[in-house]
Design a protein around this ligand. Structure first.
Ligand SMILES: Cc1cc2nc3c(=O)[nH]c(=O)nc-3n(C[C@H](O)[C@H](O)[C@H](O)COP(=O)(O)OP(=O)(O)OC[C@H]3O[C@@H](n4cnc5c(N)ncnc54)[C@H](O)[C@@H]3O)c2cc1C
Length: 466
């Protein structure tokens, strides 16, 4: 075994939380190293959020060009060049990696490219990508190893070599017929993007509706928007068998309430959940316990079962968003400086970047019901927001949940243009505990999408008479 090298701060996995922690600790003068096997900066800039939103933007341009005549712009024949779409994405990733490397350099945190595995408490053996081994011991250890795409155990699926988000973002050709397994946000974002590039697209969702954590009215509107663009959506559909090879020809036997049917396609994309990267990395040697789903067991301060070992981001079972992994970093950082921050009662916003986007913060109606919280519900069709008269982006609606017996804002959902940005205004009001009439009566700029909040909150029903 190589001679162990001692660090004050040892980070395994350079995801959102891990890299921020490393840069912070190194800038504070602590001897810090980060072990990363492949993606400098983690999944978000390389294979997940930013590359997918980059290609989704290319798809939006394609969509606008196809509908340009509606706005008075006359175009000639339109073609999509997927190699250029991919290159634009790759160029962005290269810029992001360069920015990350600069942060490592200026912060003084060392970045070791290799696969880490614990061989003893707080002791990591690293198989270096360039060959050789190093053994690192950390006074304090931080785990930020993320997750990977789950491949459901459907006969024939693995042998069909399906795409995951990683391969889908590297395609330089347009699949003639893309079949997407999974009706959550990853699957739907890709489904719409590829449809807009010109693929025929079928979405197969196992559950009874798309976006199974959202209210049925939200899921129905999303399904309507996607269907209007020509995407075939099957819900309550069980895939029984897959034949063929993705990239060539595939055929899926699918069972729905109306019987069994065979769907013939050319490519399959699997977007059916995530699996934590916690197996085979010696966590048992490190004294780090997992929960029943394989996520690292942490308390609300993100401390693991091992002393002086923390876990951040998706591997710790935190909600699966970059902004949450970053928030995990802020909790750990502040607690190490003597704070008392916790993951409890976090207000976690969420945005699905289909077009128009879906955004939610706080409770859905279903969650309120399950938690026994009485709410008043206000709705506003997006078409009632004057901004949409100018843009023709009239699909969707806003929905606000307000306390049944007080004026607190408990939840906000929007499907519509700029939904993520409008949500941030409501989130700020929620964090400030502003009663909803403050948003109803505030002066909002005309004509913006946020202006609709005034009308939305005017629609809050009166409190029930006790
Ligand atoms: C297609 C897609 C789109 C998404 N879009 C969004 C979005 O728009 N907005 C959003 O907020 N979230 C989005 N997400 C989720 C988001 O990408 C993650 O929640 C976010 O990247 C945080 O991840 P993390 O910090 O937990 O770990 P990651 O960023 O996944 O980092 C973990 C790192 O650990 C490394 N690693 C793992 N094991 C080892 C080992 N043994 N040795 C060395 N290194 C190791 C991995 O290579 C990886 O780089 C998306 C996810 C997907 C799949």
């Amino acid at each position: 075994m190589s001679q162990p090298e001692r660090y004050e701060i040892l980070v395994l996995g350079s995801g959102a939380g891990g890299k921020l922690l490393a840069w912070h600790m190194a800038r504070s003068g602590r001897k810090t190293t980060v072990v990363e096997r492949r993606y400098i900066g983690g999944s978000c800039p390389n294979i997940n959020c930013l590359p997918s939103k980059n290609e989704i933007w290319s798809a939006k341009v394609a969509h606008l060009v196809h509908h340009a005549a509606q706005f008075g712009t006359v175009t000639g024949p339109v073609a999509i060049n997927m190699a250029t779409v991919r290159q634009r994405k790759r160029d962005m990733v290269d810029r992001l990696i360069a920015a990350h490397l600069d942060n490592y350099k200026t912060s003084g945190a060392e970045l070791i490219m290799g696969a880490g595995r614990f061989v003893a408490p707080k002791t990591l053996e690293v198989r270096l990508n360039d060959g050789g081994m190093r053994v690192l011991v950390g006074d304090q250890v931080f785990l930020n190893v993320g997750t990977h795409a789950a491949i459901p155990s459907v006969p024939g699926l693995e042998a069909a070599r399906p795409l995951t988000n990683i391969e889908a973002l590297e395609l330089d050709y347009l699949p003639p017929h893309l079949i997407v397994l999974g009706g959550g946000y990853v699957g739907l974002e890709f489904a719409q993007a590829y449809r807009r590039f010109g693929s025929r697209v079928t979405v197969i969702q196992h559950g009874p509706q798309l976006m199974d954590r959202e209210d049925p009215d939200v899921a129905n509107e999303v399904q309507r928007i996607l269907s209007d663009e020509g995407i075939q959506v099957l819900v309550g559909a069980e895939t029984l068998h897959v034949h063929g090879r993705s990239g060539k020809e595939v055929s899926l036997l699918v069972r729905t309430t109306s019987g069994e049917q065979t769907i013939e396609g050319t490519d399959i994309l699997v977007a059916a959940g995530r699996i934590p990267n916690t197996t085979g990395i010696g966590l048992e040697e490190a004294g780090v316990e997992l929960d029943s789903r394989g996520y690292i067991r942490v308390n609300e301060r993100l401390e693991t079962s091992a002393s002086e070992v923390w876990a951040l981001g998706e591997c710790a079972g935190s909600p699966q968003f970059t902004h949450v992994s970053e928030h995990d970093f802020r909790i750990v950082r502040d607690n190490l400086a003597g704070g008392q921050r916790s993951t409890r009662d976090r207000l976690v916003p969420f945005c699905m970047f289909i077009d128009p986007p879906l955004a939610r913060v706080g409770l859905s109606e279903g969650e309120a019901q399950r938690q026994g919280v009485t709410v008043r519900v206000a709705r506003l069709p997006t078409s009632a927001v004057l901004r949409t008269q100018t843009t023709d982006e009239q699909q969707g609606f806003m929905k606000a949940l307000v306390g049944g017996s007080d004026d607190r804002i408990l939840g906000f959902t929007m499907i519509g243009a700029e939904a993520g940005e409008v949500m941030a205004a409501v989130q700020t009001a929620m964090l400030a505990d502003l009663p909803y009439p403050r948003l109803r009566d505030v002066i909002l700029t005309h004509p913006t999408m946020a202006e609709g909040l005034g009308s939305l909150f005017s629609n809050v029903p009166p409190r029930a008479v006790q």
